[in-house]
Design a protein around this ligand. Structure first.
Ligand SMILES: [Zn+2]
Ligand SMILES: [Zn+2]
Length: 106
């Protein structure tokens, strides 16, 4: 999914390496490319903001740096919802974390 704008760095590339970017596990040159992309591309910026929020949340709650894989997949599921327009990115992640998510309403 992309915003339809042409970018120097492909949206799929950005999303594939989102965690590396968040963890600063990539060369500075790549970080710069990503930052440029986020400035141009609001769909990717939204996802980046979501991941960033989750990381902060995990750090605060668990005192650890790594996002647990189950939480990560939860977030990925949420991103899918946002992509398909069933959820809004502004939705409170803190609430989602403190209680078990109910089965998706069809
Ligand atoms: Zn993008
Ligand atoms: Zn874009």
């Amino acid at each position: 999914m992309s915003c339809g704008e042409p970018h120097e760095t492909d949206c799929s590339e950005v999303l594939d390496h989102l965690y590396e970017f968040l963890d600063h596990e990539m060369p500075d040159s790549d970080c710069t490319k990503f930052e440029v992309h986020f400035e141009e591309c609001s769909p990717c910026l939204e996802k980046y903001g979501l991941e960033q929020a989750v990381k902060k949340l995990v750090k605060r709650c668990c005192g650890q740096d790594d996002v647990p894989s189950d939480l990560r997949s939860k977030v990925m599921g949420r991103i899918d919802l946002i992509r398909s327009g069933q959820a809004v990115p502004e939705q409170d992640l803190t609430a989602a974390e403190s209680e078990q998510p109910t089965a998706a309403k069809e």
